[in-house]
Design a binder for this molecule. Structure first.
Ligand code: UDP
Length: 323
């Protein structure tokens, strides 16, 4: 069944990969993106492109659309600490406008990019969706506020919604890869060392209560993540807000990630232990049980070397001078 879909943030990393998967599945896709962090080349071929903010979704949405997949958001933790108002404006106020436009156009299905950052410091690992939510930064708080907003919209106005709480998204798909400016994420940073663009990688703390002392994270391949979004389109009933974690359920330490990059690239990757980064929990690993049972989702690219290989191919494809 072919659907007509609006993808906000479809010029970005995750939104672009999901849009490409939607098109491959035969759906019709309109990408709405203001190109504040996304790039025009990130919009997959075959998608209609509208350069606009999510606050202007009403200009595009009408009752011919079957659903919205909402990726457009500010997503840098450190920036959210320095400029929280940007996160309330873009993520919370922006989504409020989007929900109003959807109500107006009678588009009653939503898939939302939520995050593991809504949980904060976990009490038990693996983390289930019923775990306490206590975000430790404005980014996580803004995403949690939107999750609450969506719950109310479902109950009051019959929206069918799925919030997908991403753990550490990594890897690449075709020409869609992870790229931030400035870069703050571990795998792209280590790959910059392999590429000779950075002399060493910092290990933020090696005295955590983990097997090798460095932080453990649940890295999930962006293509696996994308497949969950396709399944989510049909998963919720009217009035229901389903919340699903997306992770592999297994963790890798910072040192294991660096070792894997050494194996994949053949580069020695000099690493230096630095002080802990504020707000980093020791271990973040998902229970993805809910995604398995409710979405019928099964991650297929769980080998860290495969994730790193795909990210490395993308990094190498970037031209000189590309950040
Ligand atoms: N990290 C690190 N050095 C870096 C960047 C990140 O040791 O230069 C660590 C960070 O402390 C965390 C893990 O790598 O434990 C993953 O960090 P990232 O920023 O990629 O994702 P997060 O888990 O913060 O969402």
């Amino acid at each position: 069944n072919t659907k007509k879909l609006l993808v906000t943030g479809g010029a970005g990393y995750v939104g672009g990969v999901v849009a490409a998967h939607l098109l491959a599945a035969g759906h019709r896709v309109t990408v709405l993106d203001d190109l504040s962090t996304g790039v025009r080349e990130g919009v997959p071929e075959g998608a209609e492109f509208v350069e606009a903010r999510v606050q202007d979704a009403a200009k595009v949405l009408d009752s011919s659309y079957d659903a919205v997949l909402h990726f457009a958001a500010s997503s840098q933790v450190a920036e959210s600490v320095a400029a929280p108002e940007k996160y309330w404006r873009n993520n919370v106020a922006g989504t409020m406008e989007l929900l109003a436009a959807m109500r107006e156009a009678a588009v009653r299905t939503l898939v939302f990019s939520s995050t593991a950052a809504v949980y904060g410091e976990p009490v038990t690992v693996p983390i289930t969706e019923s775990a306490a939510t206590a975000p430790t930064n404005p980014y996580g708080a803004s995403k949690l506020a939107v999750d609450h907003m969506i719950t109310g919209e479902c109950a009051a106005h019959g929206l069918a919604a799925v919030s997908l709480r991403y753990f550490n998204v990594a890897g690449a798909f075709g020409r869609h890869g992870e790229r931030h400016d400035p870069e703050s994420h571990l795998i792209p940073l280590v790959l910059q060392v392999a590429q000779g663009r950075r002399s060493e990688v910092a290990i933020f703390g090696d005295d955590y209560p983990t097997p090798d002392g460095t932080c453990v994270r649940d890295y999930i391949h962006v293509a696996d993540l994308a497949e969950a979004h396709l399944l989510a389109l049909d998963a919720a009933g009217s009035g229901e807000h389903l919340v699903c974690n997306l992770g592999n359920g297994s963790g890798f330490s910072v040192r294991e990630v660096i070792d894997t990059v050494r194996e994949v690239t053949g580069h020695p990757i000099p690493a230096a232990v630095r002080p802990r980064r504020a707000g980093d929990p020791a271990v973040l690993v998902a229970s993805a049980e809910q995604a398995r049972t409710r979405l019928g989702w099964q991650p297929r690219r769980t080998d860290l070397a495969e994730i790193v290989r795909d990210a490395w191919m993308f990094t190498q494809s970037l031209g000189e001078g590309d950040a």
